[in-house]
Write a protein that binds this ligand. Structure first.
Ligand SMILES: [Zn+2]
Length: 343
């Protein structure tokens, strides 16, 4: 059994509340699931229950697509980070999944449960890889890109010649914790924002929901006394409302997003000197915002990215497409890369 079946890879995206699954046909390069295939991830109930939930997502996606189990070459798995390159969740990052996860090797546990090779990718790297392949299709191997995903934190990914750069310890593409020059970025008297990772003035300390909550909103409220967001409690609720104000053109919200765009531009200026990518992707909550607002945001990022004339002529700035499917699809693409490299 197996040799005559068209081979596939199953992609599983493990999230804080839901799992999402897809199937990648290795012969055609097409995904066999068009819509979202979601089931509860049950990660709050601990690793054992969550592994069973992943196994049931795996079974469901095979049933739905009619693909026999013997056709599955490998499984791509992504989770919220941080984790090692081999899928051991960091004790500091366990907070994304709830208690009981620190030090747990989710990749090995799923591999054991399914008796199939499982390739692990963090969620931001998966999104970066999916964005790259969605943009370039069969030409993916001839292009390079860098992606930032602005969410609660700031995730990222670097894709070189179609493959995600994972690094020696799996920490390549941790773009949120790159420190950026602050001169001209901070307003006079504005405190330097601090990141959850312990660094001050890194990209995530500006360009993330937690950056808005901890630093940017408290500061900008002092510049806009009487703003209605000053009355909203608790602080995380106020932070989530800033985007809606931004879409409506509110000056305080535009100042906050403008500062985030500037921070991303400074990160991309560093990327331009490091790997000189052809495509700069921006994803996350802002992608779900109304088109005029996300266009405004992307244009600010481009404006604040310092490029040489030769680069400015050839690069593009674009938004990460359909982010909700990007995890499962990117995880499948990462597994395909790993299978190709082993072959
Ligand atoms: Zn940081």
């Amino acid at each position: 059994m197996g040799t005559s079946l068209p081979p596939v890879i199953v992609g599983l995206d493990n999230g804080g509340t839901m799992n999402n699954a897809t199937v990648l046909d290795l012969v055609t390069g097409q995904f066999l699931v068009e819509h979202m295939l979601e089931r509860p991830s049950r990660v709050r109930e601990g690793p054992e229950v969550a592994i069973e939930a992943l196994a049931s997502s795996f079974g469901q996606v095979l049933d739905l697509t009619g693909v026999p189990r013997g056709a599955v070459r490998a499984v791509g798995l992504d989770t919220p980070g941080p984790a090692s390159a081999d899928g051991v969740l960091s004790s500091r990052g366990g907070t994304n999944l709830g208690g009981g996860w620190g030090g747990f090797n989710i990749r090995a546990a799923l591999e054991h449960r399914l008796s199939l090779p499982v390739v692990y990718t963090n969620d931001a790297n998966a999104a970066a890889l999916y964005a790259h392949h969605a943009r370039f299709g069969p030409d993916a191997a001839r292009h390079s890109s860098v992606a930032v995903i602005v969410g609660t934190g700031l995730g990222g990914g670097v894709v070189e010649s179609g493959h995600v750069v994972s690094g020696a310890a799996g920490m390549a593409g941790e773009l949120g914790h790159v420190q950026i020059p602050l001169e001209g970025l901070l307003e006079d008297g504005q405190p330097v924002p601090a990141c959850n990772c312990g660094l001050a003035g890194d990209v995530e300390s500006f360009a993330s929901l937690s950056g808005i909550e901890r630093s940017l909103l408290p500061y900008w409220l002092t510049r806009f006394p009487g703003h209605p967001l000053g009355e909203v409690q608790p602080a995380d609720k106020a932070a989530k409302l800033v985007r809606g104000y931004g879409e409506a053109g509110d000056p305080l919200a535009r100042a906050i997003f403008g500062q985030q765009a500037k921070a991303l531009g400074r990160l991309f200026s560093i990327a331009a000197m490091f790997t000189d990518p052809g495509t700069y992707f921006v994803g996350g909550g802002v992608v779900e915002a109304d088109p005029a607002f996300r266009g405004w945001f992307l244009e600010r990022v481009r404006e604040h990215t310092t490029l040489r004339a030769e680069q400015a002529r050839v690069v593009e700035f674009i938004l990460v497409p359909d982010l909700d499917r990007a995890g499962a699809r990117g995880a499948a693409l990462a597994a395909r890369s790993a299978v190709d490299q082993r072959a």
